[in-house]
Ligand binder design. Sequence first.
Ligand code: G6P
Length: 470
Amino acid sequence: MSEKQRLVVVSNRVGPLSDEGKAGGLAVGLADALRRRGGLWFGWSGETTKDGTAGEASRETVGEVELVTIDMTEEELAGFYLGYANRALWPLLHYRLDLVHFDREADRVYRAVNARVAERLKQFLRDDDIVWVHDYHFFYLGNELRKQGFTGRLGFFLHIPFSPPEMFAALPGANDMVRAMLAYDLVGFQTATDRRNFANYAKHELDGQKQPDDRIRVGNRTITAKVFPIGIDAEGFAEFARSGEAEEHAAMLRSNVGRSLPIVGVDRLDYSKGIIERLLGFERLLEQYPDRVGGVQFLQVAPLSRSEVEEYVDLRGEFEGLVGRINGRFATLDWTPVHIMTTGLTRRALAGIYRAARVCMVTPLRDGMNLVAKEFVAAQDEADPGVLVLSRFAGARAELGEALIVNPYATDHVANAIERALRMSLEERQRRWRAMRDKVFANTAADWCRAFLDALEAAEPDGGVEALLP
Ligand code: G6P
């Protein structure tokens, strides 16, 4: 990709570009990529105003990166973000049809926000920019940009899973959404399963044809759909784990657990993360292995997320109730089995906690990648590495097969895996960890970014760049 061409990244959440923040997966991966290459990052300010349409975009330059953000109106926040993105698309794409809410008005607002964002973004675009759109908030954005006359390269990356076609088909307007995705020249997925689900949808529902070189043809339009597993800045995170702030937090954790072995989980409080199932597994451990009572402590860091959404309010109640039950059942005067925190921690503090942990539980019911798994690996000390217990349903499972792989729904299986992790010899811990470390360091955020942009350059679009969906 020519160095002259500017990279324009679009995502709902923008920043922080510094490494001090408490940001999650997507923002961290993108910040790494943008800091390296420079460019423009466009998205939501996180604020609502009475009149988001007329509001000025705010601009800020950090190093080589220009951040441009716009506000949303209350109606947009309710329909686009809380309603459609987080109550329809998020559960649908995480295989949770039972939690999906399809709402015609939210669908309308979602499409309108995609159109409005395209219109606002277009004012900042040059003809030869490379535009890279991120995640499920913006499936229609590429199509809208084409309608506005943008002819440059357009790429899209989905950070979360893509559900199987039979499930995706439950979305009213599913065909529109996939047709709109065909406006992108390159569509990227975390895993081969996600890509296959998308390709099969296009094949079965839109009469698409699979072509060589990861290409898919629908009507007279051919696009590339490819797998790009996202990585982390492994070197940077390993350095965080050796920082003073990390050491302080590691020491706090150790003194807090006393003679117990620390087990940790770190996730946004989200039903896709399998936090409830993990706690049930921990409770089963205490039932099945009474020697562990008093000898382990489970720390769950669970920053609150999407707190206005009903399913998240319910989850919080269930989470706190279950923690109360386990503590009530097993606590003694000098020992509490489960410790929870819902405030966020800095990335350095987290790195310290990972380093001090004996076991890290990454047990989502479904997850696009899960960067906690990779960060935990990067943070370990070779002399005494902890054990990763990883769900078979996390995207990271495709790369980190040396973790202890579990089915998060099988409570006994989870309990036995924790017990096995606690008993694991130093030699076995080191052997598994080294294998995972090599992979985490071999596919970093920078590699991911480079691979995607190279493929975007190579993805010669066929069938014109006009919008496919009116
Ligand atoms: C996931 C999504 C991101 C999202 C993040 C935090 O990682 O892939 O797009 O930004 O969760 O969720 P939130 O709703 O707070 O942006």
